[in-house]
Design a protein around this ligand. Sequence first.
Ligand SMILES: [Zn+2]
Ligand SMILES: [Zn+2]
Length: 313
Amino acid sequence: MVLEQPGEPLVLRDVAPPIARSGELLIKIECCAVCRTDLHVVDGELRDPKLPLIVGHQIVGTTESGNRVGVPWLGWTCGVCPYCKSGRENLCDRARFTGYTIDGGYAEYAVADERFCFPIPSTYSADEAAPLLCAGLIGYRAYRMCGGAQRIGFYGFGSSAHILAQIACDDGREVFAFTRDGDVDAQQFAMSLGASWAGGSNERQTLDAAIIFAADGSLVVSALRNIIKGGVVVCAGIHMSDIPSFPYELLWGERSIRSVANLTRDDGRALFERLSTLRIETRRTKFALRDANEALTALRNGRIVGTAILEVL
Ligand SMILES: [Zn+2]
Ligand SMILES: [Zn+2]
């Protein structure tokens, strides 16, 4: 499923299978989970994608030697810049990204730099594991930015939040799920995964930290109103509408706002290590690969509970 021009639907096309160079794996794709970032790429909100482009960066498939691997968003880093050399390869200026500046997973085959792939635990099926590769991974990085927060607000209860809620509850934290007003399905879904409270995004609660998963900048201000002194609001998405201005007193008291960008391979190792003792149940809605446009439309319209998965049949 090929993106020829941002703003236009993906096109089903026969393309030549990619060729793996030295250090790369040729992967026969089993499935690829759909991420909100895919929407931002397709809709043209992220600039300068490779074109034509195969989007998708939560790939699970099998290598030529029969190993099941996962391919995440971070596809390549330079290894020599100050960011890479200080354990912050997620900020590398020359980083390349799967399904954005490298062809990704809405296809039958992909190639990926072996150093950036993760082995998939044998206890997870391909479609169970796919949402872990971005929703799980970048969500876990955002969660780690909350430090020891006990009461954590999730703004937007989609793919990432539904995974993080399970980890946070297992860690003994309290999860507060803020959804679109009246989104009873998402609120019930959050409560079924162990959330202590679920309600509309403008409701008041007392929080130690908040993670913003939705792309609506006004939620940053809503979250700031709810966090206590010293608390942090973590913005986990790659794109967000403008944040409205707000009185300084909302930030006063050593409250902070920060973004989380991309992932490091260390985030991946940490998450998969965590999953060796905690089994995450992902809620999935499956689509055939050729129906990728329908999956994207459903996500855009808030009609996906959990994660949309494209299956290569
Ligand atoms: Zn670098
Ligand atoms: Zn993603």
